[in-house]
Design a protein. Structure first.
Length: 285
């Protein structure tokens, strides 16, 4: 079915969808929801491509190294599956968060696949960070910007403030110094002033189901021009109302689009069509 909605950031290749991933994607596609499965390290990036290759259209991939995965971090079973030691006992293969060093050549090979629309998710995450891990994140971020410049594909950005530090300001400074491509700031949670920095550079902002159960981001959604916005699920996380507490999936991106239309006081159909066009324009689909 032609695209009616575009979930610009989801993870149906994650372990949370292990048993019914294909059914999840088919539900979305039957409703006209196209999706971009975003890699978070080499394993999940390869898996995103493998998934995308199963579909003639409507399912795509982004490849990159999430800032959290530049250092050994807590184990998220929804993303990574059962821990490595449990995998070995069960005879299963689970993803591991190993503190990956970005390998340019390996990711360039992945990035050249025709199903890959973007580089990332990459960026800065200060939620749990030390000076050592912050430097690793910065180095990996700059390296992925260089790759995006080289292959001519947009960036999928993960920017998260914390520890009293504004990751949006630091991320903007890095992009201004190194980036020659545009991109999207996924799961935007900054201020209007933060958003102005990225919008002025031509970077789009995407919002998740969080906007359906909090008003914290209404001001930014209202401020940003419609042609600079996207809807996303970040599935399997942050399911929107009325699915809170359940595993999220791309089909539910429709609820995010509805809420963006409500916040902006605009016709749903106009917003739906505009957001879909925004995604297709940024990612060249």
């Amino acid at each position: 079915m032609p695209a009616k909605f575009f979930d610009v950031h989801t993870h149906t290749q994650f372990a949370a969808f292990g048993e019914d991933a294909e059914a999840v994607r088919e539900r979305a596609l039957e409703a006209g929801v196209w999706m971009l499965n975003v890699g978070t390290q080499r394993d999940t990036s390869e898996a995103a491509i493998a998934v995308a290759r199963q579909y003639a259209e409507g399912v795509y991939a982004s490849v990159g190294l999430h800032p959290v995965h530049t250092a050994k971090s807590y184990h998220d079973a929804q993303e990574l599956g059962v821990p490595a030691e449990a995998s070995a006992k069960a005879g299963e293969v689970g993803f591991i968060s190993r503190g990956e060093v970005f390998n340019h050549d390996a990711y360039k090979t992945l990035a050249q696949n025709e199903k890959v629309l973007a580089i990332g998710e990459c960026g800065l995450d200060y939620y749990r960070v030390s000076e050592d891990t912050a430097e690793k994140q910065r180095a990996a971020f700059i390296a992925q910007i260089a790759l995006a410049n080289e292959v001519g594909k947009p960036l999928m950005l993960h920017i998260r403030s914390g520890e009293g530090r504004n990751a949006y300001r630091d991320g903007h400074e890095i992009l201004a110094s190194y980036a020659k491509v545009r991109g999207n700031v996924h799961f935007f949670a900054g201020s209007v002033e933060d958003s102005k920095l990225f919008l002025a550079m031509g970077y789009t902002l995407s919002f998740t189901g969080v906007i359906t159960f909090t008003h914290d981001y209404d001001e930014v959604v209202s401020y940003a021009p419609l042609d600079m916005l996207h809807a996303e699920t970040d599935a399997p996380y942050v399911a929107p109302v009325p699915y809170r507490g359940k595993r999220n999936e791309p089909l539910y991106v429709q609820e995010v689009v509805k809420r963006i239309a409500e916040i902006k006081g605009m016709d749903f159909e106009k917003v739906r069509a505009h957001l879909c066009d925004n995604a297709r324009r940024l990612f060249g689909v």
